[in-house]
Design a protein around this ligand. Structure first.
Ligand code: FES
Length: 332
């Protein structure tokens, strides 16, 4: 047993438990989502005592300097003292400005911010609802520093996405943390062959990455592969066709897993897996840089495929999130 303190209260953790595990087991209402050090929703603040290695992994230097810690990555040490963070230290306020349904299952959400942020393609934000429920979403645009634009897929039993999709109305108050994440377009990518592979609402982040590359005068070719279950899910197809006509260096291909018997494939759409089409198209080498946007299972599969096809792992960039509600019990 290891004893540590959170907000002045003593807790005892068992072997192998994180601070988050111990607090949740004791019924504490701490926010969390991925439990992997990715989403940053479980952040607490260090007061005194020894921090275990990795407690601050993935946090930016400002958060580290201010003693923030991911409670899911922090192993308790004897006498360690931690405290809750003040919401206003990590979040800014925002309100829902508009919703636009892009398909039957995807909605574009625009949130007006109380102060500007500097968002880059490939980054994400955490949204917190009135009851504390928090989710991470990739940014789909960064053209206005006082707004965030997100593509949200309605998930089966997804508390947050379902609420955003059906019930949240314009003016709804939200808290916004971020932007977070380091998988953004960087100047030294400029001459690389950029291969962006996306699925689901990862397309929003993927297209933002493509736009950022073009705006920064990317010199190498850019390929965008988008995988969807069926034609109806290719929710930005005409916009991407237009972009490919406008920017000669951009090539786009939609890849669908199945076709209804009455349907024919539109132009620039093929049957099959986007990874397989990308691997067929490219002799991957050190000139290639692969960006993967989608859910963790998709991104992990893509990372492996890219590596097995000869792309050095440092040239594979992943934009993925866990959306699952891992709480064992509902909030009050
Ligand atoms: S970073 Fe700890 S729950 Fe996601």
């Amino acid at each position: 047993m290891t004893q540590f303190y959170f907000d002045g209260q003593r807790f005892e953790s068992s072997e192998g438990e994180s601070v988050l595990d111990t607090l949740v087991k004791a019924g504490h209402e701490l926010n969390y989502s991925c439990k992997k050090g990715i989403c940053k929703t479980c952040i607490v603040q260090h007061v005194s005592g020894t921090l275990s290695v990795g407690s601050q992994r993935g946090l930016d230097s400002t958060l580290k300097e201010n003693g923030y810690v991911c409670s899911c990555q922090c192993r308790p040490t004897d006498g360690l003292k931690l405290k809750s963070v003040m919401t206003q230290d990590l979040f800014i306020s925002g309100s829902l400005l508009s919703k636009k349904f892009l398909s039957e299952s995807v909605v574009e959400v625009v949130i007006k911010l109380s102060q500007p942020i500097e968002a880059r393609a490939g980054q994400y934000v955490n949204l917190r609802r009135f009851d504390g429920l928090t989710r991470s979403y990739s940014l789909a645009s960064g053209s206005d520093a006082r707004q965030v634009v997100l593509h949200v897929r309605r998930k089966y039993n997804g508390q947050f996405s379902d609420w955003l999709f059906h019930r949240a109305g314009n003016g709804e108050r939200l808290l916004v943390q971020g932007p977070l994440g380091k998988a953004y377009y960087q100047p030294h990518f400029k001459q690389d062959t950029l291969v962006v592979i996306a699925s689901g609402t990862g397309l929003g982040a993927a297209y933002f990455m493509v736009q950022a590359a073009i705006e920064r005068h990317h010199e190498g070719p850019i390929y965008l592969y988008y995988g969807a279950n069926n034609i109806d899910e290719l929710y930005m197809h005409s916009q991407l066709l237009q972009a490919a006509m406008r920017y000669r260096q951009l090539q786009y291909l939609g890849c669908v897993s199945k076709l209804d018997s009455m349907q024919t494939l539109p132009g620039k759409v093929v049957l099959g897996d986007p990874f397989e089409h990308a691997a067929e198209q490219h002799q991957f080498d050190r000139q290639h840089r692969v960006v993967l946007c989608g859910e963790p299972s998709f991104v992990n599969a893509g990372r492996e495929t890219a590596f097995l096809n000869g792309v050095p792992i440092e040239r594979v960039h992943a934009i993925a999130f866990e959306y699952k509600n891992l709480r064992s019990r509902e909030r009050a």
